[in-house]
Design a protein around this ligand. Structure first.
Ligand code: SF4
Length: 281
């Protein structure tokens, strides 16, 4: 049976990434899954969503990949942590789906954003899909935590129009507590993108009581400003839209009582980035 016929009841497109999707790739044998990830001929995808105005310039198609090795305390999409939760989709089918939107994306000055999960968990598939988008003349962006940035060659990075890089907090101990992983590889990737002159938008999620330490934010701002290739910073207010996923997946969610930041608090953080010389929204 072809992987693309395994889940015909589940549409590839979703209304939003907040749709809970699990176990869609379970039927793919382990050896096939490993070979697919190595070749990039098959990807495990949570969904396609259309019409996003917040994941890069213009109006965009976002492909949400499954698989992430981080465990951010505020993650909105913990169903994307496990690659096998994603739908197995051949690169051909993913390209065909994307091609449906090619003209609209150009009219709306948008493009394709590959997000997740962590798209570089399936870096060969990511490279192939981004290349297919470029071949169609579609602007390409990837949203990543940067941890596996070293999996991409300089030439492959040169083919990505924009990197949306998540900077979560500052300092290794705090970063490990927040994400479960060390900070160094993300900073190394940020510096490498700067050395290559590749455009970056920094994404920072503001979570009251968790990522709102003024000293940490100042450090992130001065680091980002010093890179020289950061075109803008998106300060993203924490919200609770992913809470039900944690509950449905039986995960221990530590932020059930955390409120979104106020508009004033979010604006204040934007101002810290602006004071460092960056454009922030
Ligand atoms: S890096 Fe993104 S997908 Fe992975 S745990 Fe953190 S917020 Fe979730």
């Amino acid at each position: 049976m072809s992987p693309d016929t395994l889940h015909t009841e589940m549409p590839l497109t979703a209304n939003s990434p907040f749709e809970l999707r699990t176990h869609l790739g379970d039927a793919v044998p382990e050896t096939d899954a490993r070979a697919a990830v190595a070749s990039g001929d098959l990807g495990f995808i949570h969904s396609f969503t259309t019409g996003s105005a917040v994941d890069g310039p213009g109006v965009r198609v976002v492909v949400w990949t499954a698989g992430c090795m981080w465990r951010c305390a505020y993650c909105h999409n913990p169903d994307t942590w496990t690659m096998r939760n994603g739908m197995p989709v051949t690169i051909g089918r993913a390209t065909e789906e994307l091609s449906k939107y090619r003209h609209g994306l150009k009219v709306m000055k948008g493009g394709l954003t590959l997000s997740g999960g962590e798209p570089l968990m399936q870096h060969r598939f990511a490279v192939k899909l981004l290349q297919a988008a470029r071949d169609m003349g579609i602007h390409t962006a990837i949203e990543t935590n940067g941890y596996y940035g070293s999996r991409l060659s300089d030439a492959e990075l040169g083919d990505i129009d924009l990197v949306l890089l998540g900077l979560k907090t500052w300092g290794d101990a705090r970063h490990k507590a927040l994400t479960g992983m060390e900070y160094g590889p993300t900073l190394d990737f940020a510096r490498r993108l700067a050395a290559l002159g590749r455009p970056v938008w920094v994404r920072f999620v503001l979570v009251p009581g968790l990522t709102d330490d003024p000293g940490d934010i100042s450090h992130i701002a001065s680091f980002a400003a010093g890179l020289g290739n950061v075109e803008r910073v998106d300060v993203l207010p924490f919200h609770q839209m992913g809470r039900y996923k944690w509950e449905r997946l039986g995960l221990d969610y530590g932020l059930a009582g955390t409120q979104p930041p106020s508009a004033d608090a979010t604006e204040h953080v934007c101002q810290v980035f602006r004071d460092a010389g960056l454009t922030a929204y």
